[in-house]
Design a protein around this ligand. Structure first.
Ligand code: AMP
Length: 116
């Protein structure tokens, strides 16, 4: 784990941030720069940057990430209206924080922002 990883520091409580949800595999925070009324980040506890780094990651970890997204969408009241899940990977993907995470965006129509 890089010592300057923001999400590791949030995970470890070094940087204060409200954890809306946590389990053995992941936790959820609000994005500091929201691009929609609901903008959350689902962050695995394990620090890795890209899917390509994983050769033996248990499916259970990704199941937890998607389960957390499903629970948080319901909790935020956007399960019925819909939402977008985004994972940015690498430079061309626009990834800024090198600790894998999934964005949950919703609370308004995301049509017209590209990709549908
Ligand atoms: P990405 O471009 O997919 O790497 O997205 C990184 C996201 O992390 C951006 O949307 C940032 O606004 C968000 N972010 C960076 N620092 C923090 C922080 N301290 N707390 C919450 N979100 C953050």
């Amino acid at each position: 784990m890089p010592e300057d990883c923001i999400f590791c520091m949030i995970r470890d409580g070094v940087i204060p941030s409200e954890k809306l949800y946590s389990d053995d595999d992941c936790f959820v925070i609000r994005d500091i720069n929201p691009l929609a009324p609901t903008h959350l980040l689902v962050i695995p506890n394990r620090c890795f940057s890209q899917l390509s780094e994983l050769v033996d990651e248990p499916d259970a970890m990704f199941a937890s990430v998607f389960a957390a997204a499903r629970k948080m969408a319901a909790q935020e009241g956007i399960a019925e209206s819909g939402y977008r899940l985004i994972v940015n990977q690498g430079s061309d993907g626009g990834q800024e924080v090198a600790h894998f995470h999934m964005h949950i965006l919703g609370g308004k129509s995301l049509r017209g922002l590209g990709l549908g």
